[in-house]
Design a protein. Structure first.
Length: 153
């Protein structure tokens, strides 16, 4: 069986983001999403107008790879980065927690994520099944591009 770890991350996240955008109505960007930066280490808002769906897909993948509940604070560290300060040395800054929190709430309402009291959020069986199905589809696409991968199916 193909696992999420077995497929290229960029192909998986692209495919999952497109699926979320077209099939899960509970996940949609709020009005303020087109004006917000993703963290203090960024200079501008995201260039991609569908960045909300890509971040949701990436969060689902992170929850899968972690295997245990993950909190908002941990995800702010994961999506954080270096803030460049001119001639001064750069410093690490956490990502903004508000978009992450809103995405997690939307994924909860879609039934893909559940809250584990005191530990964070984890994938539900429905979310795991979705990720496995998308990984299988992405693997089939990868086999078409690189026929040598067919020996791993």
């Amino acid at each position: 069986m193909v696992d999420v770890r077995d497929v290229p991350a960029n192909m998986f996240i692209d495919h999952l983001a497109n699926y979320i955008k077209s099939h899960i109505p509970a996940v949609k960007p709020p009005e303020w999403a087109k004006y917000v930066k993703t963290g203090p280490h960024k200079e501008r808002v995201p260039d991609n107008v569908d960045w909300w769906y890509y971040r949701a897909a990436s969060i689902l993948r992170k929850l899968y790879l972690g295997g245990k509940p993950v909190g908002v604070g941990t995800l702010t560290v994961v999506y954080g980065g270096l803030k460049y300060r001119g001639s001064a040395p750069p410093h690490f800054r956490r990502a903004s927690a508000s978009p992450i929190r809103h995405i997690l709430r939307q994924l909860e309402s879609a039934g893909l994520v559940t809250k584990v009291h005191g530990k964070g959020r984890a994938l539900t069986p429905k979310g795991m099944a979705l990720l496995h199905r998308i990984a299988h589809e992405v693997f089939q696409e990868a086999v078409k591009l690189i026929p040598e991968l067919s020996k791993y199916s």
